[in-house]
Write a protein that binds this ligand. Structure first.
Ligand SMILES: [Zn+2]
Length: 303
């Protein structure tokens, strides 16, 4: 990414053999970009989530070594091994690429807008609603459930709450904590073999939002709104969720994150249909009443 590259370039002792920038995560565009690259032994990704995903994609495709240097901690892409690309606008996981080195440069990350770094907290808080959905799926469909992993996931959320002041300040301790919690969360999901404990109705809400509006959002902020709305449907400590998001200073109100009232209504009214058509796992969305009157009551205080 160009902005992080400007910041990082003077800090590197060696010049790379070739520099390329990511402009889209669409599979066809990635293949075009990849075909133009010379041979390489190591790919170094310097940037945000899309850049991490682009670098993982290149390492996967060329079977090269991979070094990741996140310039922001807004999403967990730097610690996950999944190679996520977009196919016709939809996210698809196509393979695995594990970073040989993950370098955390505190000065580089501190130079990014605080709002982006703080938003990363939502990709950890998503455990709160996703784990609830996971248990629903277990009760409803006999999905595999691991009580020990569920407890450890909740400990990750408790650690997030404990570090809220540092994360809000985006100081060294806050950045360190966010990366450690992303790793802890990812390790638990890898051990389990799926991402059920951290990807549930709150993420499905975010996917339907992108699908319906075609707009780009800060992932963590959209997920944060999803966490709040789904925790209300789940009757799962929604007041605690909004208080913690406020303490973390993560934006989640529709008008702050780029959503208007009509869009939000439409997203919620079409949500269960979207989940069924995408064959997404069982969540509160499959059990809750999402009729127009309930939807209006759910969002009225946020508009
Ligand atoms: Zn996420």
């Amino acid at each position: 990414m160009e902005q992080p590259w400007k910041l990082a370039q003077p800090r590197l002792r060696f010049a790379p053999a070739h520099v390329t920038f990511v402009d889209s995560m669409e599979r066809t565009r990635l293949d075009e970009a990849e075909a133009k690259l010379p041979d390489f032994d190591v790919i170094v990704g310097i940037g945000g989530g899309s850049c991490m995903d682009f670098a993982k994609y290149l390492a996967w495709k060329r079977r090269s070594r991979l070094v990741l240097i996140p310039s922001i901690v807004s999403v967990d892409a730097c610690v996950t091994h999944l190679v996520a690309v977009r196919d016709g606008g939809r996210v698809r996981n196509i393979g695995h690429a594990r970073a040989d080195s993950l370098l955390i440069d505190f000065d580089l990350i501190s130079a990014a807008p605080s709002r982006l770094n703080r938003a990363g907290a939502a990709d950890i808080l998503s455990i709160h609603t996703a784990s609830f959905d996971w248990l629903l799926g277990h009760k409803k469909n006999g999905e595999a459930y691991d009580a020990r992993i569920a407890v450890e996931c909740h400990e990750v959320v408790a650690a997030l709450e404990k570090s809220a002041v540092d994360i809000r300040a985006v100081n060294g301790e806050g950045i360190r904590k966010l990366v450690e919690l992303f790793e802890a969360e990812n390790d638990l999901c890898v051990e389990l073999g799926n991402f059920r404990p951290e990807e549930g109705s709150e993420h499905f809400f975010a996917y339907n939002t992108e699908h319906l509006t075609g707009k780009h959002f800060i992932h963590g902020e959209l997920v944060a709104l999803g966490i709040l709305l789904m925790s209300r449907l789940q009757n799962n400590k929604p007041d605690w969720v909004s208080a913690l998001l406020t303490e973390l200073s993560v934006l989640y109100r529709p008008n702050e994150i780029g959503l208007d009232a009509g869009e939000l209504q439409e997203i919620l009214l079409t949500l269960s249909r979207y989940c069924r058509s995408e064959q997404l796992p069982h969540t509160i969305i499959d059990e809750a009443d999402l009729s127009p009157s309930t939807v209006n009551a759910l969002i009225s205080d946020l508009l």
